[in-house]
Design a protein around this ligand. Structure first.
Ligand SMILES: NC(=O)c1ccc[n+]([C@@H]2O[C@H](COP(=O)([O-])OP(=O)(O)OC[C@H]3O[C@@H](n4cnc5c(N)ncnc54)[C@H](O)[C@@H]3O)[C@@H](O)[C@H]2O)c1
Length: 382
């Protein structure tokens, strides 16, 4: 397939681009380095500095013999985006190009506004570029399980049938996010659902849980092909962060009581889910929604798993419950459905001690790059 990957320099975008290229898809990656620039601006650079996107593509060619095309530009610039659709005529577009950090979106007015404008404008532009140039092109958009919040009922896969005063209809499952970033993902879905109904475009919305890991079949081919790996409290996802904290001898920082339960997914499964979604497009005028997680853990579960493996590897791992900077329930019911992607063929990589060991190995290799002052940023929701 001809696949346009927006946000192709990111934590998920670059491994996806290499994997799709290896599997024979024709890939064009686009990025404006927003993630790198925000990390630099806020002094939270990743564990190791990846080469720029052009360099990454040259290394990929050297290692695999395969081409990936690159454009550096902003998806919020409609003329730039339209030129890509006209030139490349993608059959699928993978939309990763958003500001993905919940704490960043809660930092201050400037950060909240950047998150709002960037995330909604990029989504809006993609819908219009498809409507005006490639109406058959399928949008695979990354959403988040965070859109659902923690309701006291089972979470369905995107939709719920409601019977009200003797009549029934199907609606988007109620969503009530607990950060401003997650709220922009709700708005994304509402916007795309509107365009699906109105224009008959094809969209798959993947409500993904926090991703962990950095190894894929392609990143292991050459150290220079590794993905961005943040370990700070702004851009690092929880499990990645805990492993760096364990290696650094910094306590694993559990917010509040640690009973916050979420669905998680290995980066290898993320990429497989994206491809499965892409290869199984909805009909025109249909919005598919899948919950993209493979198992659920509380923050305490993750801290204990990391501590056990870390101690076996000789690290002195402490767990510290700190005052919760977020406004969220610390003990709650959580029972999401996540069967759709397995029905399409996903064979999950679960969070075993071997997986944790392989993550520890990479972090230990780069331990001299860990800067403790980058870990705790103290962003508060209140
Ligand atoms: N990583 C996770 O755990 C996770 C979980 C759920 C959902 N998601 C979603 O998946 C997507 C990718 O996440 P990620 O962790 O790879 O984040 P990331 O920040 O590493 O990747 C996003 C990339 O998009 C680029 N980008 C942002 N706005 C852009 C714009 N206007 N034009 C061009 N490029 C732009 C950034 O520079 C970055 O390289 C995001 O939409 C995120 O919300 C991620």
């Amino acid at each position: 397939m001809r696949v346009l990957i927006l946000g192709g320099d990111g934590y998920l975008g670059w491994p996806t681009a290499m994997n799709f290229s290896a599997r024979g898809h024709e890939v064009l990656v686009v990025d404006n380095y927003l993630r790198r620039n925000l990390c630099r601006k806020h002094d939270v650079e990743p564990l190791f500095a990846p080469p720029n996107l052009y360099e990454r593509v040259r290394i990929w060619k050297e290692v695999s013999g395969k081409d990936i095309q690159v454009r550096v530009g902003d998806c919020c610039d409609y003329h730039f985006l339209v030129s890509l659709f006209k030139e490349f005529q993608p059959e699928s577009v993978i939309h990763y190009a958003e500001q993905p950090s919940a704490p960043y979106s809660m930092l201050n007015h400037e950060a909240a506004s950047l998150t709002l404008c960037n995330n909604l404008q990029s989504t809006q532009n993609i819908a219009w570029a498809i409507h005006e140039n490639c109406p058959e092109c399928h949008i695979v958009k990354l959403g988040t399980m965070g859109v659902y919040g923690t309701p006291n009922i089972d979470i369905e896969e995107g939709w719920i049938e409601i019977e009200h005063k003797g009549r029934k209809d199907r609606f988007l499952f109620p969503r009530q996010a607990s950060s401003f970033y997650h709220t922009t993902k709700i708005q994304d879905t509402d916007m795309l659902w509107f365009y699906v109904r109105t224009w008959g475009i094809r969209v798959t919305d993947l409500q993904q849980g926090p991703v962990y890991g950095m190894e894929t079949d392609e990143t292991v081919l050459d150290d220079r092909l590794g993905t961005i790996f943040n370990y700070d409290e702004m851009f690092g996802t929880v499990l990645n962060r805990f492993i760096v904290q364990a290696v650094a001898g910094y306590p694993l920082t559990v917010y509040g009581k640690g009973g916050q339960t979420r669905g998680y997914i290995n980066i290898r499964d993320t990429i497989r889910c994206i491809e499965l979604a892409m290869l199984n497009p909805p009909k025109a005028g249909q919005l598919n929604i899948f919950n993209q997680v493979t198992e659920t853990f509380s923050v305490n579960d993750l801290a204990e798993k990391v501590a056990a493996v870390g101690r076996d590897r000789g690290h002195d791992v402490q767990i510290k419950n700190i005052e919760n900077p977020r406004v969220e329930k610390e003990e709650h019911y959580y029972n999401p459905t996540y069967s759709g992607l397995k029905e399409l063929g996903l064979d999950p990589h679960l969070l075993t001690d071997d997986v944790l060991d392989s993550m520890f190995e990479v972090v230990e290799k780069h331990r001299n790059n860990i800067h403790e002052h980058k870990i705790f940023r103290g962003v508060k929701w209140g």
